[in-house]
Ligand binder design. Structure first.
Ligand SMILES: NC(=O)c1ccc[n+]([C@@H]2O[C@H](COP(=O)([O-])OP(=O)(O)OC[C@H]3O[C@@H](n4cnc5c(N)ncnc54)[C@H](O)[C@@H]3O)[C@@H](O)[C@H]2O)c1
Length: 445
């Protein structure tokens, strides 16, 4: 099939490339000329395992191309995907300007029937807005061309995006017309061979399904963080509690890790957007509001522990391991590390940081920050540092040589924002250890 992808970010690039991999002819359109030029050179600009070789091989095979020309994009595809950003607006709602820009672009250039598929995460009712925008643009130029709008939210995870797209748990398709749904299902057939993963529904339900999934996961994280903060105050160990509840199959072990709060480009904005959607229909989504509030507070928990331990922070140096909002990505959007780093800099702390993938991103974000030293290796961060702070649980941070850490740190203290380390082992080695919810408040911190 001829497929066009509007938006070549994490979602558009992965989706477009995976469709090309299955033999489709995919054209990706983006308004960012620099990004398009880089993609044409095979430089994907993001850290996403397995993606770059696939982009290169499909481009070489002539099945994947990139352009900034919207007319070429509209002409090319029988199926046109909208995969542009839906960032958080000032009032917490999802900013739909990019989605509606694409709808107008389609209405402006459309000359043959099209299936317009919304893959961006958008509030309930956006399908109607896209349809209306295309209709208005068409009628303004006196054109009459058939089209349909579908919702096909994306559930891939950054860091495992290619695998998630190739082997989806489910493919949600929201459609009003069965023929349109079938057309899109054909495109997904290669991803749906093992068993039927397609979940068919109306457009509004599909739009809400995406928010429901993210809010459900964010709720588990915030609830676990709330329990961890309680454990700290009660002298209990949240890691024992986690194992104690995760073994219940009704609860399970996924997404119940306490930590420094969720971040990234999706959970924070999607939780806020659902709060906004609820209030727009006069409903107070109390739990969802709480999820966001607990998360915001959680991003300061590690800082509070650091401050209590050191007393004054001015003039200290800390080693920070991990900057990306989670492992296997270079994405630092809404990353808990950013709030921590900003607070440390404001208190006069020098930070020596390392992340396996997000160094370039950190260099861009903190280009004018003299208190930050970006180190080329994990262990180089420890030189002259007063303590170690673990923020992101990359594999290479899981089993460091703590004897070496001990030799390099000026003060033997570890703040473990992901509960990666064994407190007993570190305590035996002579470290002061502070995790999340490990009863550390009981010891006066
Ligand atoms: N990143 C994820 O893990 C993820 C997962 C599932 C869903 N989503 C959702 O998918 C959507 C896209 O997310 P993303 O992370 O890929 O965003 P992104 O910011 O990485 O990329 C969006 C791209 O759209 C481009 N763009 C903006 N306006 C355009 C236009 N008029 N025409 C063509 N291109 C245009 C931008 O230049 C940018 O390259 C969002 O709604 C997001 O919530 C993201």
């Amino acid at each position: 099939m001829n497929v066009t992808m509007f938006g070549t970010g994490y979602v558009g690039l992965v989706t477009g490339t995976c469709f090309a991999e299955m033999g489709n002819d995919v054209l990706c359109v983006d308004i960012d000329a620099k990004k398009v030029a880089a993609l044409e050179r095979g430089d994907i600009g993001i850290h996403e395992p397995g993606l770059e070789p696939m982009v290169k091989s499909n481009t070489a095979a002539g099945r994947l191309a990139f352009t900034t020309d919207p007319k070429r994009g509209v002409d090319h595809g029988e199926i046109l995907f909208i995969a542009v950003g839906t960032p958080q607006a000032d009032d917490g709602s999802a900013d739909l300007r990019y989605v509606l820009d694409v709808a107008r672009t389609i209405g402006t250039h459309m000359a043959t029937p099209k299936l317009i598929v919304d893959k961006s995460t958008v509030p309930v009712g956006t399908g109607d807005l896209v349809r209306a925008e295309v209709e208005q643009t068409l009628s303004a130029r006196g054109a009459k061309v058939e089209f349909d709008v579908l919702s096909n939210p994306e559930f891939l995870k950054e860091g495992a995006a290619v695998n998630d797209f190739m082997k989806p748990d489910r493919i949600v398709i929201g459609a009003e017309r069965i023929e349109s749904s079938r057309h899109l299902e054909q495109l997904y057939a290669p991803f749906n061979r093992n068993h039927d993963r397609i979940v068919r529904m109306d457009i509004r339900s599909a739009e809400l399904t995406k928010y429901a999934a993210n809010v459900m996961l964010a709720t588990r994280i915030s609830l676990m963080n709330e329990l961890a903060n309680l454990a700290d105050r009660l002298g209990a160990d949240i890691e024992s509690v986690r194992r104690g509840i995760g073994s219940d199959p009704r609860i399970g072990f996924s997404f119940i890790y306490p930590g420094v709060g969720y971040g990234g480009s999706c959970f924070p904005k999607d939780v806020q957007a659902l709060v906004h959607t609820a209030s727009a229909c006069d409903y107070d989504a109390e739990i969802v509001r709480g999820v966001a509030a607990v998360n915001e507070r959680q991003k300061s928990v590690l800082l509070t522990k650091i401050e209590r331990y050191f007393g004054g922070l001015d003039g200290r140096t800390l080693a920070v391991w991990g900057l990306a909002f989670k492992p296997n990505t270079d994405d630092m959007r809404e990353a808990p590390s950013r709030k921590l780093l900003d607070a440390l800099f404001a208190r006069g702390v020098r930070v020596r940081a390392y992340d396996p993938a997000a160094m370039a991103e950190a260099r861009t974000i903190y280009k004018n920050e003299p208190k930050l030293t970006l180190c080329t290796t994990r262990d180089a961060t420890l030189e002259g540092a007063d303590g170690l702070v673990l923020v992101t649980e990359w594999n290479e941070f899981r089993s460091p040589d703590f004897q070496r850490v001990k030799q390099m740190l000026k003060q033997l203290v570890v703040f473990d924002g992901r509960n990666l380390y064994d407190p007993d082992y570190l305590t035996q080695l002579g470290f002061a250890y502070f995790g999340i919810g490990r009863g550390s408040l009981d010891r006066g911190i």
